[in-house]
Design a protein around this ligand. Structure first.
Ligand code: G
Ligand code: G
Ligand code: G
Ligand code: MN
Ligand code: NA
Length: 253
């Protein structure tokens, strides 16, 4: 209850902030995308990570206004970077099930793009397998977003209990290989096999594939050999502030 009130107040008092983690083209090494990751600067508790408050936000429904705020903020900031003359990149925003199931979700995305002036092709929404399963309207909602020109990806791919058949049913653009697989690609033969197979499945289905949680050069080299498209992880950068991200963009001009 206390944390719930603090969450509510935190939203009013603008205690939330968005960090960004680069997503790199495996062939060129250039940053071609960024993932928006929320942080909470709590006045007494200090910086809180999403795992400390997103589950409660989901339970209480506060994830809806919080998620709306993150979407607006990420689109606004990405548009701002573009207007500063940096090379345009896609910004990926994590979407919770509650948020996706709101009847006005599609309209909110449309309005946010209009109001911030961000071209829809520079927005990606990260959905999980469970979101897709929970929602009666998943296909219809996804199709409306796709028709708008927004990119859709499946986050934490391979960790849910979905059947592979949804890959042909749902209008998605890319798969994000979960970091639990990436981290063991050189240590565990089963993970090696799984990652190779996920990359192949993605490409057979004409999907882009990105590996999360890349921490070493050896992992990156493996992914390069297996023709993975993109990589994200501490090897390149931790999630960083707007100022730090601006420096990364400036250096790559
Ligand atoms: O940011 P971290 O680096 O700690 O993220 C931890 C988890 O929190 C991830 O699973 C991520 O998807 C989730 N997360 C981060 N930011 C957001 C957000 O804005 N909305 C939602 N729904 N989840 C987020
Ligand atoms: O139920 P109604 O006729 O208002 O639905 C109009 C459209 O809005 C439907 O085609 C459906 O795609 C969408 N919609 C309705 N309810 C929901 C919901 O709870 N979640 C989502 N994501 N979309 C919904
Ligand atoms: O579930 P989601 O993919 O949205 O989560 C992103 C989370 O992964 C964030 O908490 C982010 O800080 C974390 N993360 C990003 N890169 C790495 C990495 O290379 N290693 C580890 N252990 N975590 C990472
Ligand atoms: Mn994510
Ligand atoms: Na993930």
């Amino acid at each position: 209850m206390q944390l719930e009130n603090a969450l509510r107040k935190g939203l009013e008092r603008q205690e939330f902030t968005v960090y960004y983690q680069p997503q790199v083209d495996v062939r060129t090494g250039r940053v071609i995308g960024i993932e928006a990751l929320i942080r909470w600067r709590h006045p007494e508790l200090g910086d809180l990570q999403p795992d400390d408050f997103i589950p409660l936000a989901e339970e209480t429904g506060l994830i809806v206004p919080i998620g709306k705020w993150v979407l607006v903020e990420a689109c606004r900031q990405n548009r701002l970077w573009q207007s500063m003359g940096f090379q345009p990149v896609r910004v990926a925003v994590n979407i919770s099930s509650r948020q996706f199931q709101q009847s006005h979700f599609v309209e909110h995305v449309r309005r946010t793009l209009e109001e911030t002036g961000l071209d829809p092709k520079y927005l990606e929404l990260e959905l999980t397998e469970s979101i897709i399963q929970d929602s009666k309207y998943a296909i219809s909602t996804m199709r409306k977003l796709k028709d708008m020109g927004v990119h859709l990806s499946i986050d934490d791919f391979g960790t849910g209990y979905s059947s592979l058949s949804y890959l042909k049913l749902f209008p998605i653009d890319s798969l994000k290989i979960d970091k639990s697989f990436t981290q063991n690609i050189l240590a565990d033969a089963k993970d090696t096999a799984l990652v190779q197979t996920i990359i192949k499945i993605a490409h057979y289905l004409d999907l882009n594939v990105i590996a999360e949680g890349v921490e070493t050069r050896e992992q990156l080299q493996f992914l390069q050999q297996k023709l993975c498209d993109e990589a994200q992880g501490f090897f390149f950068s931790r999630p960083i502030s707007v100022e730090e991200m601006s420096t990364v963009f400036r250096e790559q001009l």
